[in-house]
Ligand binder design. Structure first.
Ligand SMILES: [Zn+2]
Ligand SMILES: [Zn+2]
Length: 149
């Protein structure tokens, strides 16, 4: 039972880390490439409440939901941990990228931790320096130390 819990926990952590890689790859090679038509409005001042770019988040939320659902129906197997890993990454991405950086949800809290400040700074650089076909700082929850403000 304890071993099982440990395997689930390690899986969640691994999936979380893998998701940063997946998001980075998708952002660099798809969103700033063939998928630019969906990401374009994220690089412009937002006109309404939602952006076409939100389909990427919805896509991963759906995958996460399906993993959790099928994991539950097959007796709480490892798919559950995979689904939770994707979900946790989504929550982290949403908080840092959509709430702290783009302020889509108004909250009083301002992050003070130097790690959060670094990724926020790096994302600012991404928005300043990137074009439809190229750019820098494609990560969402990881940024090189050189981007420390
Ligand atoms: Zn971008
Ligand atoms: Zn952004």
């Amino acid at each position: 039972m304890i071993i099982n819990g440990l395997i689930y926990l390690v899986t969640v952590v691994i999936i979380f880390i893998v998701m940063e890689g997946v998001a980075w790859f998708l952002h660099k090679y798809v969103m700033h490439g063939i998928g630019w038509y969906l990401h374009e409005d994220h690089h412009r001042p937002r006109a309404g409440r939602f952006e076409k770019n939100d389909v990427f988040g919805l896509f991963f939320a759906t995958i996460s939901f399906l993993f959790i659902l099928t994991g539950v129906f097959s007796g709480f197997d490892i798919k559950l941990a995979i689904g939770f890993g994707i979900m946790l990454y989504g929550v982290g991405y949403f908080m840092v990228h959509d709430v702290f950086f783009h302020k889509r949800v108004k909250i009083r809290y301002r992050p003070k931790h130097k790690y959060i400040k670094r990724i926020l700074n790096a994302h600012g650089v991404h928005h300043q320096e990137s074009t439809p076909k190229s750019g820098i700082c494609f990560g969402f929850l990881y940024a090189d130390k050189k981007y420390s403000p």
